[in-house]
Design a protein around this ligand. Structure first.
Ligand code: B12
Ligand code: SF4
Length: 521
Protein backbone atom coordinates (compact mmCIF):
# COMPACT_ATOMS: atom_id res chain seq x y z
CA UNK A 1 0.00 0.00 0.00
CA UNK A 2 1.39 3.44 -0.88
CA UNK A 3 2.76 5.30 2.13
CA UNK A 4 0.32 8.19 1.59
CA UNK A 5 -2.61 6.10 2.80
CA UNK A 6 -0.69 4.36 5.57
CA UNK A 7 0.41 7.63 7.11
CA UNK A 8 -3.01 9.15 7.06
CA UNK A 9 -5.15 8.85 10.16
CA UNK A 10 -8.64 9.45 8.87
CA UNK A 11 -10.23 9.56 12.27
CA UNK A 12 -8.12 12.44 13.40
CA UNK A 13 -7.99 14.43 10.16
CA UNK A 14 -10.66 14.63 7.50
CA UNK A 15 -13.02 11.67 7.09
CA UNK A 16 -12.05 8.99 4.62
CA UNK A 17 -14.45 8.87 1.65
CA UNK A 18 -15.44 5.23 1.20
CA UNK A 19 -17.48 3.91 -1.73
CA UNK A 20 -18.81 0.35 -1.47
CA UNK A 21 -19.68 -1.34 -4.73
CA UNK A 22 -21.88 -4.42 -5.19
CA UNK A 23 -20.58 -5.70 -8.53
CA UNK A 24 -22.81 -6.45 -11.55
CA UNK A 25 -24.09 -10.03 -11.95
CA UNK A 26 -22.16 -12.68 -13.85
CA UNK A 27 -24.12 -13.84 -16.90
CA UNK A 28 -22.48 -16.96 -18.38
CA UNK A 29 -23.87 -18.58 -21.52
CA UNK A 30 -22.80 -21.90 -22.97
CA UNK A 31 -23.06 -21.84 -26.77
CA UNK A 32 -22.85 -25.09 -28.74
CA UNK A 33 -23.54 -25.61 -32.41
CA UNK A 34 -26.89 -27.21 -33.10
CA UNK A 35 -28.07 -26.67 -29.50
CA UNK A 36 -29.96 -23.90 -27.79
CA UNK A 37 -27.79 -21.50 -25.79
CA UNK A 38 -27.98 -22.13 -22.06
CA UNK A 39 -27.37 -19.61 -19.29
CA UNK A 40 -25.32 -21.35 -16.62
CA UNK A 41 -25.03 -18.74 -13.89
CA UNK A 42 -27.89 -17.73 -11.66
CA UNK A 43 -29.12 -14.15 -12.00
CA UNK A 44 -30.47 -12.63 -8.80
CA UNK A 45 -31.08 -8.94 -8.56
CA UNK A 46 -33.92 -7.55 -6.43
CA UNK A 47 -32.88 -8.21 -2.88
CA UNK A 48 -30.71 -6.52 -0.26
CA UNK A 49 -27.06 -7.54 -0.61
CA UNK A 50 -25.90 -8.53 2.88
CA UNK A 51 -22.21 -7.71 2.41
CA UNK A 52 -22.95 -4.28 1.02
CA UNK A 53 -25.31 -3.37 3.86
CA UNK A 54 -23.01 -4.71 6.54
CA UNK A 55 -19.63 -3.51 5.29
CA UNK A 56 -20.96 0.02 4.72
CA UNK A 57 -22.25 0.02 8.31
CA UNK A 58 -18.88 -1.15 9.57
CA UNK A 59 -16.95 1.46 7.61
CA UNK A 60 -19.28 4.21 8.79
CA UNK A 61 -19.00 3.09 12.40
CA UNK A 62 -15.22 3.07 11.99
CA UNK A 63 -15.31 6.74 10.99
CA UNK A 64 -15.56 6.90 7.19
CA UNK A 65 -17.97 8.96 5.11
CA UNK A 66 -19.74 6.26 3.15
CA UNK A 67 -21.59 5.92 -0.14
CA UNK A 68 -22.79 2.74 -1.79
CA UNK A 69 -23.96 1.50 -5.14
CA UNK A 70 -25.68 -1.79 -6.02
CA UNK A 71 -24.75 -2.48 -9.65
CA UNK A 72 -26.84 -5.68 -9.78
CA UNK A 73 -30.13 -3.96 -9.13
CA UNK A 74 -29.87 -0.84 -11.29
CA UNK A 75 -30.01 -1.37 -15.08
CA UNK A 76 -30.23 -5.04 -14.24
CA UNK A 77 -30.91 -6.16 -17.82
CA UNK A 78 -27.97 -4.35 -19.41
CA UNK A 79 -25.65 -7.12 -20.59
CA UNK A 80 -22.04 -6.30 -21.47
CA UNK A 81 -19.90 -9.24 -22.72
CA UNK A 82 -16.36 -9.13 -21.32
CA UNK A 83 -14.73 -12.43 -22.35
CA UNK A 84 -15.32 -15.73 -24.08
CA UNK A 85 -13.43 -19.01 -23.95
CA UNK A 86 -13.59 -22.46 -25.48
CA UNK A 87 -15.42 -24.92 -23.26
CA UNK A 88 -16.15 -28.58 -23.99
CA UNK A 89 -16.75 -28.36 -27.72
CA UNK A 90 -18.54 -25.01 -27.43
CA UNK A 91 -17.92 -21.49 -26.20
CA UNK A 92 -18.63 -19.82 -22.89
CA UNK A 93 -19.57 -16.17 -23.19
CA UNK A 94 -19.22 -14.23 -19.95
CA UNK A 95 -20.99 -10.90 -19.51
CA UNK A 96 -21.60 -8.40 -16.77
CA UNK A 97 -25.26 -7.75 -16.16
CA UNK A 98 -26.30 -4.53 -14.48
CA UNK A 99 -25.05 -0.97 -14.20
CA UNK A 100 -22.28 -0.16 -16.70
CA UNK A 101 -19.02 0.92 -15.04
CA UNK A 102 -19.23 4.41 -16.61
CA UNK A 103 -22.40 5.11 -14.62
CA UNK A 104 -20.49 5.04 -11.32
CA UNK A 105 -17.59 7.15 -12.54
CA UNK A 106 -18.57 10.18 -10.45
CA UNK A 107 -18.78 8.15 -7.24
CA UNK A 108 -15.36 6.61 -7.96
CA UNK A 109 -13.90 10.07 -8.54
CA UNK A 110 -15.34 11.16 -5.18
CA UNK A 111 -13.82 8.25 -3.23
CA UNK A 112 -10.53 7.83 -1.39
CA UNK A 113 -11.18 4.10 -1.07
CA UNK A 114 -13.38 1.81 -3.13
CA UNK A 115 -14.39 -1.40 -1.35
CA UNK A 116 -15.69 -4.64 -2.83
CA UNK A 117 -16.89 -7.87 -1.27
CA UNK A 118 -15.95 -10.74 -3.55
CA UNK A 119 -17.50 -13.78 -1.97
CA UNK A 120 -18.06 -15.97 -5.06
CA UNK A 121 -14.92 -16.88 -7.01
CA UNK A 122 -16.94 -16.64 -10.22
CA UNK A 123 -17.08 -12.83 -9.87
CA UNK A 124 -13.32 -12.39 -9.70
CA UNK A 125 -12.77 -11.30 -13.32
CA UNK A 126 -15.61 -8.79 -13.02
CA UNK A 127 -13.92 -7.49 -9.87
CA UNK A 128 -10.55 -7.13 -11.62
CA UNK A 129 -12.10 -5.32 -14.60
CA UNK A 130 -13.88 -2.97 -12.24
CA UNK A 131 -10.69 -2.28 -10.30
CA UNK A 132 -8.82 -1.48 -13.52
CA UNK A 133 -11.58 0.93 -14.49
CA UNK A 134 -11.67 2.57 -11.05
CA UNK A 135 -7.92 3.16 -11.03
CA UNK A 136 -8.03 4.58 -14.54
CA UNK A 137 -10.69 7.16 -13.77
CA UNK A 138 -9.32 7.97 -10.32
CA UNK A 139 -5.59 7.15 -10.16
CA UNK A 140 -5.38 8.17 -6.48
CA UNK A 141 -8.13 5.76 -5.37
CA UNK A 142 -7.27 2.74 -3.19
CA UNK A 143 -9.09 -0.53 -3.52
CA UNK A 144 -9.86 -2.77 -0.56
CA UNK A 145 -11.43 -6.16 -1.11
CA UNK A 146 -12.92 -8.65 1.36
CA UNK A 147 -15.17 -11.71 1.17
CA UNK A 148 -14.63 -15.45 0.77
CA UNK A 149 -12.74 -15.62 -2.51
CA UNK A 150 -10.50 -12.66 -1.76
CA UNK A 151 -9.65 -13.83 1.75
CA UNK A 152 -8.57 -17.29 0.57
CA UNK A 153 -6.75 -16.04 -2.55
CA UNK A 154 -5.34 -12.69 -1.40
CA UNK A 155 -2.25 -12.77 -3.56
CA UNK A 156 -4.26 -13.17 -6.75
CA UNK A 157 -6.12 -9.94 -6.01
CA UNK A 158 -3.08 -8.07 -4.72
CA UNK A 159 -1.13 -8.86 -7.88
CA UNK A 160 -4.02 -7.49 -9.97
CA UNK A 161 -4.26 -3.97 -8.59
CA UNK A 162 -5.95 -4.44 -5.20
CA UNK A 163 -4.19 -2.42 -2.50
CA UNK A 164 -5.33 -4.45 0.46
CA UNK A 165 -7.30 -7.60 1.14
CA UNK A 166 -9.38 -7.83 4.30
CA UNK A 167 -9.17 -11.43 5.52
CA UNK A 168 -12.01 -12.60 7.73
CA UNK A 169 -14.39 -10.44 9.69
CA UNK A 170 -14.18 -6.75 8.89
CA UNK A 171 -15.45 -5.20 12.13
CA UNK A 172 -12.16 -4.74 13.98
CA UNK A 173 -9.95 -4.63 10.90
CA UNK A 174 -11.87 -1.68 9.42
CA UNK A 175 -11.42 0.33 12.60
CA UNK A 176 -7.67 -0.32 12.57
CA UNK A 177 -7.37 0.50 8.88
CA UNK A 178 -9.16 3.79 9.20
CA UNK A 179 -6.87 4.63 12.08
CA UNK A 180 -3.99 4.07 9.64
CA UNK A 181 -2.82 0.67 10.88
CA UNK A 182 -2.40 -1.51 7.80
CA UNK A 183 -0.54 -4.12 9.85
CA UNK A 184 -3.69 -5.01 11.78
CA UNK A 185 -4.93 -8.57 12.11
CA UNK A 186 -6.87 -9.61 9.00
CA UNK A 187 -4.89 -7.62 6.43
CA UNK A 188 -2.95 -8.90 3.43
CA UNK A 189 -0.90 -6.50 1.31
CA UNK A 190 2.19 -6.42 -0.86
CA UNK A 191 5.37 -4.80 0.40
CA UNK A 192 8.22 -4.51 -2.10
CA UNK A 193 6.49 -7.20 -4.11
CA UNK A 194 6.32 -9.60 -1.13
CA UNK A 195 3.07 -10.77 0.43
CA UNK A 196 2.56 -9.52 3.99
CA UNK A 197 -0.31 -11.32 5.65
CA UNK A 198 -1.41 -10.96 9.27
CA UNK A 199 -3.83 -13.91 9.13
CA UNK A 200 -7.60 -14.23 9.29
CA UNK A 201 -9.55 -12.09 11.77
CA UNK A 202 -12.30 -14.07 13.46
CA UNK A 203 -14.34 -14.09 16.60
CA UNK A 204 -15.77 -10.56 16.91
CA UNK A 205 -18.61 -9.99 19.37
CA UNK A 206 -21.69 -9.83 17.14
CA UNK A 207 -23.53 -7.47 19.47
CA UNK A 208 -20.75 -4.95 18.80
CA UNK A 209 -21.22 -5.15 15.03
CA UNK A 210 -23.20 -2.15 13.76
CA UNK A 211 -26.75 -2.51 12.43
CA UNK A 212 -27.01 -2.89 8.65
CA UNK A 213 -26.92 0.49 6.85
CA UNK A 214 -30.37 0.40 5.24
CA UNK A 215 -30.50 4.19 5.03
CA UNK A 216 -27.64 4.19 2.49
CA UNK A 217 -29.81 2.03 0.20
CA UNK A 218 -33.07 3.92 0.80
CA UNK A 219 -33.79 4.39 -2.91
CA UNK A 220 -33.21 0.66 -3.57
CA UNK A 221 -35.51 -0.54 -0.77
CA UNK A 222 -38.70 -0.53 -2.91
CA UNK A 223 -36.88 -2.76 -5.41
CA UNK A 224 -36.21 -5.47 -2.81
CA UNK A 225 -39.19 -7.42 -4.01
CA UNK A 226 -37.86 -10.85 -4.88
CA UNK A 227 -36.82 -13.60 -2.59
CA UNK A 228 -33.70 -15.51 -3.39
CA UNK A 229 -34.57 -18.38 -5.66
CA UNK A 230 -37.69 -17.07 -7.39
CA UNK A 231 -40.33 -14.36 -7.54
CA UNK A 232 -41.86 -13.62 -4.14
CA UNK A 233 -45.40 -14.96 -3.76
CA UNK A 234 -48.13 -12.27 -3.82
CA UNK A 235 -49.33 -13.22 -0.31
CA UNK A 236 -46.01 -12.11 1.15
CA UNK A 237 -45.45 -8.39 1.75
CA UNK A 238 -42.54 -6.61 0.08
CA UNK A 239 -39.96 -5.12 0.39
CA UNK A 240 -37.90 -7.87 1.96
CA UNK A 241 -34.95 -7.49 4.31
CA UNK A 242 -32.39 -9.94 5.62
CA UNK A 243 -31.17 -11.06 9.00
CA UNK A 244 -28.14 -12.91 10.35
CA UNK A 245 -28.54 -13.94 13.98
CA UNK A 246 -25.39 -16.08 14.18
CA UNK A 247 -21.99 -16.30 12.55
CA UNK A 248 -19.62 -19.24 12.16
CA UNK A 249 -20.19 -22.94 12.59
CA UNK A 250 -18.87 -25.64 14.90
CA UNK A 251 -19.12 -28.37 12.29
CA UNK A 252 -16.69 -29.04 9.49
CA UNK A 253 -18.40 -30.21 6.30
CA UNK A 254 -15.59 -30.79 3.79
CA UNK A 255 -17.18 -28.69 1.02
CA UNK A 256 -17.97 -25.62 3.16
CA UNK A 257 -15.99 -22.39 3.60
CA UNK A 258 -17.76 -21.13 6.71
CA UNK A 259 -15.68 -22.73 9.51
CA UNK A 260 -12.44 -21.36 8.00
CA UNK A 261 -13.95 -18.01 7.22
CA UNK A 262 -15.74 -17.15 10.44
CA UNK A 263 -14.57 -19.77 12.97
CA UNK A 264 -16.70 -20.91 15.89
CA UNK A 265 -20.41 -20.30 16.16
CA UNK A 266 -21.43 -17.06 17.88
CA UNK A 267 -24.87 -15.55 18.23
CA UNK A 268 -26.52 -12.19 18.77
CA UNK A 269 -28.58 -11.39 21.83
CA UNK A 270 -32.33 -11.13 21.44
CA UNK A 271 -32.24 -7.40 22.30
CA UNK A 272 -29.68 -6.77 19.57
CA UNK A 273 -31.78 -8.67 17.00
CA UNK A 274 -34.87 -6.76 18.06
CA UNK A 275 -33.11 -3.43 17.52
CA UNK A 276 -32.22 -4.46 13.96
CA UNK A 277 -35.77 -5.67 13.27
CA UNK A 278 -37.12 -2.32 14.47
CA UNK A 279 -34.74 -0.58 12.09
CA UNK A 280 -35.97 -2.72 9.19
CA UNK A 281 -39.60 -2.11 10.12
CA UNK A 282 -38.96 1.63 10.15
CA UNK A 283 -37.95 1.23 6.48
CA UNK A 284 -41.27 -0.47 5.66
CA UNK A 285 -39.81 -4.00 5.68
CA UNK A 286 -42.12 -6.73 6.99
CA UNK A 287 -40.55 -9.81 5.37
CA UNK A 288 -37.21 -11.31 6.31
CA UNK A 289 -34.82 -13.73 4.60
CA UNK A 290 -32.87 -15.43 7.37
CA UNK A 291 -29.38 -16.03 6.04
CA UNK A 292 -27.53 -17.78 8.87
CA UNK A 293 -25.17 -20.51 7.67
CA UNK A 294 -26.00 -22.92 10.44
CA UNK A 295 -28.82 -21.58 12.56
CA UNK A 296 -29.88 -24.96 13.92
CA UNK A 297 -26.40 -25.43 15.40
CA UNK A 298 -27.75 -23.32 18.24
CA UNK A 299 -29.60 -26.46 19.34
CA UNK A 300 -26.47 -28.57 19.56
CA UNK A 301 -24.83 -25.89 21.68
CA UNK A 302 -27.62 -25.84 24.21
CA UNK A 303 -29.35 -22.76 22.79
CA UNK A 304 -32.61 -24.31 21.58
CA UNK A 305 -34.58 -21.79 23.66
CA UNK A 306 -32.72 -18.91 22.04
CA UNK A 307 -33.58 -20.25 18.59
CA UNK A 308 -37.25 -20.53 19.52
CA UNK A 309 -37.13 -17.05 21.04
CA UNK A 310 -35.84 -15.62 17.72
CA UNK A 311 -38.78 -17.18 15.81
CA UNK A 312 -41.24 -15.91 18.42
CA UNK A 313 -39.74 -12.43 18.27
CA UNK A 314 -40.16 -12.32 14.49
CA UNK A 315 -43.79 -13.33 14.81
CA UNK A 316 -44.53 -10.98 17.70
CA UNK A 317 -43.12 -8.14 15.66
CA UNK A 318 -45.37 -9.09 12.73
CA UNK A 319 -42.74 -10.36 10.29
CA UNK A 320 -43.15 -12.97 7.57
CA UNK A 321 -39.94 -14.92 7.17
CA UNK A 322 -38.17 -17.71 5.34
CA UNK A 323 -35.10 -19.77 6.24
CA UNK A 324 -33.19 -19.01 3.05
CA UNK A 325 -30.21 -21.22 3.97
CA UNK A 326 -32.42 -23.90 5.46
CA UNK A 327 -32.16 -25.64 8.76
CA UNK A 328 -29.95 -28.70 9.34
CA UNK A 329 -32.54 -31.45 8.85
CA UNK A 330 -31.15 -33.77 11.52
CA UNK A 331 -31.53 -30.98 14.10
CA UNK A 332 -35.28 -31.08 13.49
CA UNK A 333 -35.42 -34.78 14.43
CA UNK A 334 -36.40 -35.85 17.93
CA UNK A 335 -33.76 -38.49 18.55
CA UNK A 336 -35.28 -39.76 21.80
CA UNK A 337 -38.64 -40.55 20.25
CA UNK A 338 -37.42 -41.37 16.76
CA UNK A 339 -39.68 -38.86 14.98
CA UNK A 340 -39.68 -35.26 13.75
CA UNK A 341 -39.43 -32.78 16.62
CA UNK A 342 -42.99 -31.50 16.43
CA UNK A 343 -42.70 -28.84 19.12
CA UNK A 344 -39.58 -27.30 17.55
CA UNK A 345 -40.97 -27.48 14.02
CA UNK A 346 -44.19 -25.83 15.07
CA UNK A 347 -42.30 -23.03 16.86
CA UNK A 348 -40.10 -22.35 13.83
CA UNK A 349 -42.40 -22.94 10.89
CA UNK A 350 -45.93 -21.95 11.91
CA UNK A 351 -47.70 -18.79 10.80
CA UNK A 352 -50.95 -16.89 11.12
CA UNK A 353 -52.73 -14.22 9.13
CA UNK A 354 -53.02 -10.90 10.96
CA UNK A 355 -55.04 -8.07 9.40
CA UNK A 356 -54.79 -9.88 6.09
CA UNK A 357 -51.00 -10.16 6.35
CA UNK A 358 -48.84 -13.30 6.56
CA UNK A 359 -47.03 -13.41 9.91
CA UNK A 360 -44.57 -16.25 10.53
CA UNK A 361 -42.76 -18.70 8.31
CA UNK A 362 -43.75 -18.90 4.65
CA UNK A 363 -40.82 -20.73 3.09
CA UNK A 364 -37.63 -22.65 3.45
CA UNK A 365 -34.71 -24.00 1.50
CA UNK A 366 -34.82 -27.69 2.46
CA UNK A 367 -31.19 -28.86 2.23
CA UNK A 368 -31.52 -32.54 1.21
CA UNK A 369 -28.40 -32.04 -0.91
CA UNK A 370 -27.08 -35.59 -1.37
CA UNK A 371 -30.27 -37.24 -2.56
CA UNK A 372 -28.32 -39.62 -4.77
CA UNK A 373 -26.99 -41.50 -1.71
CA UNK A 374 -28.77 -44.18 0.24
CA UNK A 375 -26.75 -43.17 3.26
CA UNK A 376 -26.08 -39.43 2.96
CA UNK A 377 -24.17 -39.44 6.29
CA UNK A 378 -21.06 -40.30 4.36
CA UNK A 379 -21.40 -37.14 2.32
CA UNK A 380 -22.35 -34.83 5.20
CA UNK A 381 -22.91 -35.75 8.84
CA UNK A 382 -25.75 -33.22 9.06
CA UNK A 383 -27.99 -35.26 6.71
CA UNK A 384 -30.35 -38.15 7.46
CA UNK A 385 -31.80 -41.01 5.47
CA UNK A 386 -34.28 -40.04 2.75
CA UNK A 387 -37.34 -41.42 4.58
CA UNK A 388 -36.54 -39.46 7.75
CA UNK A 389 -35.93 -36.32 5.71
CA UNK A 390 -39.34 -36.76 4.10
CA UNK A 391 -40.95 -37.16 7.52
CA UNK A 392 -39.40 -33.86 8.65
CA UNK A 393 -40.51 -32.18 5.45
CA UNK A 394 -44.09 -33.40 5.88
CA UNK A 395 -44.14 -32.01 9.40
CA UNK A 396 -42.91 -28.63 8.10
CA UNK A 397 -45.56 -28.65 5.39
CA UNK A 398 -48.24 -29.49 7.94
CA UNK A 399 -47.42 -26.16 9.65
CA UNK A 400 -48.63 -24.37 6.53
CA UNK A 401 -45.27 -23.54 4.95
CA UNK A 402 -46.16 -22.96 1.32
CA UNK A 403 -42.95 -22.41 -0.65
CA UNK A 404 -40.09 -24.87 -0.50
CA UNK A 405 -36.93 -24.97 -2.55
CA UNK A 406 -34.70 -28.05 -2.34
CA UNK A 407 -31.60 -29.23 -4.06
CA UNK A 408 -29.38 -32.10 -4.84
CA UNK A 409 -25.67 -31.51 -5.14
CA UNK A 410 -24.38 -33.80 -7.82
CA UNK A 411 -21.12 -34.28 -9.68
CA UNK A 412 -18.79 -35.78 -7.07
CA UNK A 413 -15.96 -37.84 -8.55
CA UNK A 414 -17.99 -41.06 -8.08
CA UNK A 415 -21.32 -39.74 -9.46
CA UNK A 416 -22.61 -41.16 -12.73
CA UNK A 417 -25.91 -41.84 -14.56
CA UNK A 418 -27.28 -43.96 -11.69
CA UNK A 419 -26.91 -41.06 -9.22
CA UNK A 420 -28.57 -38.67 -11.67
CA UNK A 421 -31.51 -41.05 -12.16
CA UNK A 422 -32.00 -41.53 -8.43
CA UNK A 423 -31.84 -37.78 -7.81
CA UNK A 424 -34.41 -37.12 -10.54
CA UNK A 425 -36.78 -39.73 -9.15
CA UNK A 426 -36.49 -38.40 -5.61
CA UNK A 427 -36.74 -34.74 -6.57
CA UNK A 428 -39.97 -35.52 -8.46
CA UNK A 429 -41.30 -37.45 -5.49
CA UNK A 430 -40.50 -34.49 -3.21
CA UNK A 431 -42.32 -32.12 -5.56
CA UNK A 432 -45.37 -34.39 -5.55
CA UNK A 433 -45.46 -34.56 -1.76
CA UNK A 434 -45.16 -30.77 -1.51
CA UNK A 435 -48.01 -30.31 -3.96
CA UNK A 436 -50.18 -32.75 -1.97
CA UNK A 437 -50.10 -30.16 0.80
CA UNK A 438 -51.22 -27.38 -1.56
CA UNK A 439 -47.71 -25.88 -1.41
CA UNK A 440 -45.23 -25.09 -4.17
CA UNK A 441 -41.90 -26.79 -4.64
CA UNK A 442 -38.89 -25.63 -6.63
CA UNK A 443 -36.07 -28.12 -7.17
CA UNK A 444 -32.70 -26.45 -7.82
CA UNK A 445 -30.00 -29.03 -8.59
CA UNK A 446 -26.44 -27.85 -8.12
CA UNK A 447 -23.12 -29.14 -9.38
CA UNK A 448 -20.73 -30.30 -6.66
CA UNK A 449 -18.07 -27.60 -6.40
CA UNK A 450 -14.77 -27.11 -4.66
CA UNK A 451 -13.78 -23.71 -3.33
CA UNK A 452 -10.66 -22.27 -1.70
CA UNK A 453 -11.01 -22.34 2.08
CA UNK A 454 -12.57 -25.84 2.18
CA UNK A 455 -11.08 -29.17 3.21
CA UNK A 456 -11.80 -30.50 -0.28
CA UNK A 457 -9.72 -27.73 -1.79
CA UNK A 458 -6.80 -28.25 0.57
CA UNK A 459 -6.78 -31.98 -0.10
CA UNK A 460 -7.06 -31.45 -3.87
CA UNK A 461 -9.58 -34.25 -3.93
CA UNK A 462 -11.27 -33.20 -7.15
CA UNK A 463 -9.32 -33.20 -10.40
CA UNK A 464 -9.78 -29.81 -12.05
CA UNK A 465 -9.61 -29.54 -15.80
CA UNK A 466 -10.03 -25.73 -15.88
CA UNK A 467 -7.83 -23.74 -13.46
CA UNK A 468 -9.23 -21.21 -11.02
CA UNK A 469 -6.90 -18.47 -12.24
CA UNK A 470 -7.84 -18.82 -15.90
CA UNK A 471 -11.49 -19.84 -15.62
CA UNK A 472 -12.96 -18.49 -12.37
CA UNK A 473 -16.39 -18.11 -14.02
CA UNK A 474 -16.76 -21.91 -13.91
CA UNK A 475 -16.33 -22.06 -10.12
CA UNK A 476 -19.97 -21.96 -9.05
CA UNK A 477 -22.89 -24.35 -8.77
CA UNK A 478 -24.28 -24.16 -12.30
CA UNK A 479 -21.11 -24.57 -14.33
CA UNK A 480 -18.12 -26.79 -13.63
CA UNK A 481 -14.35 -26.90 -14.03
CA UNK A 482 -14.30 -30.67 -13.41
CA UNK A 483 -15.93 -33.89 -14.53
CA UNK A 484 -16.51 -37.17 -12.68
CA UNK A 485 -15.34 -40.75 -13.24
CA UNK A 486 -18.27 -41.10 -15.61
CA UNK A 487 -18.56 -37.64 -17.16
CA UNK A 488 -16.34 -35.07 -18.80
CA UNK A 489 -17.10 -31.53 -17.53
CA UNK A 490 -19.31 -31.02 -20.61
CA UNK A 491 -20.99 -34.39 -20.01
CA UNK A 492 -21.67 -33.34 -16.42
CA UNK A 493 -23.25 -30.08 -17.59
CA UNK A 494 -25.42 -32.00 -20.05
CA UNK A 495 -26.45 -34.54 -17.40
CA UNK A 496 -27.52 -31.66 -15.16
CA UNK A 497 -29.55 -30.15 -18.01
CA UNK A 498 -31.29 -33.49 -18.60
CA UNK A 499 -32.02 -33.68 -14.89
CA UNK A 500 -33.51 -30.16 -15.02
CA UNK A 501 -35.67 -31.16 -17.99
CA UNK A 502 -36.88 -34.09 -15.92
CA UNK A 503 -37.82 -32.19 -12.79
CA UNK A 504 -38.90 -28.72 -13.96
CA UNK A 505 -41.95 -27.89 -16.07
CA UNK A 506 -41.14 -26.99 -19.72
CA UNK A 507 -41.82 -23.29 -18.97
CA UNK A 508 -39.64 -23.28 -15.84
CA UNK A 509 -36.86 -25.03 -17.70
CA UNK A 510 -36.98 -22.76 -20.73
CA UNK A 511 -36.98 -19.68 -18.53
CA UNK A 512 -34.07 -20.96 -16.44
CA UNK A 513 -31.86 -21.74 -19.44
CA UNK A 514 -32.78 -18.52 -21.26
CA UNK A 515 -32.47 -16.10 -18.35
CA UNK A 516 -30.70 -17.77 -15.41
CA UNK A 517 -33.75 -17.01 -13.25
CA UNK A 518 -35.85 -19.57 -11.43
CA UNK A 519 -39.63 -19.36 -11.12
CA UNK A 520 -42.35 -21.18 -9.22
CA UNK A 521 -44.30 -23.75 -11.20
C1 B12 B 1 -25.83 -14.53 1.31
C2 B12 B 1 -25.12 -15.41 0.32
C3 B12 B 1 -25.56 -15.42 -0.99
C4 B12 B 1 -26.75 -14.58 -1.45
C5 B12 B 1 -26.37 -13.12 -1.64
C6 B12 B 1 -25.10 -12.88 -2.44
C7 B12 B 1 -24.78 -11.41 -2.57
N1 B12 B 1 -24.82 -10.86 -3.73
O1 B12 B 1 -24.51 -10.73 -1.61
C8 B12 B 1 -27.17 -15.32 -2.77
C9 B12 B 1 -28.20 -16.36 -2.49
C10 B12 B 1 -27.70 -14.46 -3.88
C11 B12 B 1 -25.88 -16.04 -3.09
C12 B12 B 1 -25.62 -16.51 -4.34
C13 B12 B 1 -24.50 -17.22 -4.68
N2 B12 B 1 -23.56 -17.68 -3.84
CO1 B12 B 1 -23.54 -17.25 -1.95
N3 B12 B 1 -23.42 -17.03 -0.11
C14 B12 B 1 -24.04 -16.24 0.72
C15 B12 B 1 -23.51 -16.48 2.15
C16 B12 B 1 -24.47 -17.43 2.83
C17 B12 B 1 -23.30 -15.27 3.02
C18 B12 B 1 -22.44 -14.15 2.41
C19 B12 B 1 -22.76 -12.86 3.08
O2 B12 B 1 -23.33 -11.97 2.49
N4 B12 B 1 -22.46 -12.76 4.38
C20 B12 B 1 -22.74 -11.58 5.20
C21 B12 B 1 -21.67 -10.53 5.02
C22 B12 B 1 -21.88 -9.40 6.00
O3 B12 B 1 -20.45 -11.17 5.29
P1 B12 B 1 -19.19 -11.04 4.34
O4 B12 B 1 -19.53 -10.73 2.97
O5 B12 B 1 -18.34 -12.20 4.60
O6 B12 B 1 -18.47 -9.75 4.96
C23 B12 B 1 -17.76 -9.78 6.16
C24 B12 B 1 -16.26 -10.01 5.96
O7 B12 B 1 -15.97 -10.91 4.92
C25 B12 B 1 -15.72 -8.63 5.74
N5 B12 B 1 -15.75 -8.03 4.42
C26 B12 B 1 -16.27 -8.47 3.27
N6 B12 B 1 -16.05 -7.60 2.27
C27 B12 B 1 -15.37 -6.57 2.79
C28 B12 B 1 -14.90 -5.40 2.18
C29 B12 B 1 -14.23 -4.47 2.97
C30 B12 B 1 -13.73 -3.24 2.35
C31 B12 B 1 -14.06 -4.71 4.37
C32 B12 B 1 -13.38 -3.72 5.22
C33 B12 B 1 -14.53 -5.89 4.96
C34 B12 B 1 -15.18 -6.81 4.15
O8 B12 B 1 -16.53 -7.84 6.61
C35 B12 B 1 -17.85 -8.39 6.73
C36 B12 B 1 -18.25 -8.39 8.19
O9 B12 B 1 -17.38 -9.14 8.99
C37 B12 B 1 -22.14 -17.16 1.84
C38 B12 B 1 -21.60 -18.09 2.90
C39 B12 B 1 -20.79 -17.28 3.89
N7 B12 B 1 -21.05 -17.46 5.12
O10 B12 B 1 -19.95 -16.48 3.52
C40 B12 B 1 -22.40 -17.85 0.51
C41 B12 B 1 -21.25 -17.93 -0.48
C42 B12 B 1 -20.57 -16.61 -0.57
N8 B12 B 1 -21.92 -18.15 -1.76
C43 B12 B 1 -21.26 -18.91 -2.56
C44 B12 B 1 -21.64 -19.20 -3.90
C45 B12 B 1 -20.83 -20.23 -4.65
C46 B12 B 1 -22.72 -18.54 -4.50
C47 B12 B 1 -23.20 -18.72 -5.95
C48 B12 B 1 -22.08 -18.57 -6.98
C49 B12 B 1 -23.90 -20.08 -6.03
C50 B12 B 1 -24.55 -20.43 -7.35
N9 B12 B 1 -25.83 -20.53 -7.37
O11 B12 B 1 -23.91 -20.70 -8.34
C51 B12 B 1 -24.25 -17.60 -6.10
C52 B12 B 1 -23.73 -16.34 -6.85
C53 B12 B 1 -24.79 -15.69 -7.67
C54 B12 B 1 -25.24 -14.31 -7.19
N10 B12 B 1 -26.06 -13.70 -7.99
O12 B12 B 1 -24.92 -13.81 -6.14
C55 B12 B 1 -20.00 -19.46 -1.92
C56 B12 B 1 -18.77 -18.80 -2.51
C57 B12 B 1 -17.61 -19.74 -2.60
C58 B12 B 1 -16.69 -19.30 -3.67
N11 B12 B 1 -15.43 -19.20 -3.38
O13 B12 B 1 -17.12 -19.05 -4.78
C59 B12 B 1 -20.26 -19.15 -0.40
C60 B12 B 1 -19.01 -18.79 0.40
C61 B12 B 1 -20.96 -20.39 0.20
C62 B12 B 1 -20.11 -21.65 0.13
N12 B12 B 1 -20.45 -22.54 -0.76
O14 B12 B 1 -19.18 -21.86 0.86
N13 B12 B 1 -25.07 -16.17 -2.01
S1 SF4 C 1 -22.39 -26.80 5.56
FE1 SF4 C 1 -23.52 -25.85 7.28
S2 SF4 C 1 -23.21 -27.32 8.97
FE2 SF4 C 1 -21.62 -27.81 7.45
S3 SF4 C 1 -19.81 -26.60 8.09
FE3 SF4 C 1 -20.95 -25.37 6.59
S4 SF4 C 1 -22.27 -24.04 7.81
FE4 SF4 C 1 -21.60 -25.73 9.13
Amino acid sequence: MPASLERRNYQRSTKMKYLHVELPSLHLVWKRSGQEDAVCSVIRTNYPKPSALQVTAIMRAAGAEVRAVDMKIRKQDTTIPYREFAYEGGTMVASRMGTPFENVREQIEWADVVGLSVNPTSWSNIALDFITYAKRVNPRVHVWVGGTDAMFRPEFYLRHGVDLVVRGEGENTARELIAGNTNARGVAKLHNGQLLDTGIARGCNLDDSPMQAVDLFASDVPLWNMNIEANIPPEIPTPIGFLFTTRGCNQACPFCTTPQKYGKLRFRSLENIQTELELLRAHGIHTINIWDDSLASLIRWGERDHLIAIARLLRQMGFAYEFSQGMVISDLWDKENGQPDEQLISELFSHETKNGRWVGCYGEYFPMEFLQDDDPHNAAAKLMSYDKELAVMRMILSQGVRWLTYSCIIGRPQDGPHEFDLSARRLNEVTEIIEEYGAKGLPTPFIYSVFPGTKLWREESVKLKYSIREYPELYQLNATPHGTKHFTPGGLMEAKMRLEENILSPTQCKNWWRTGRYQWR
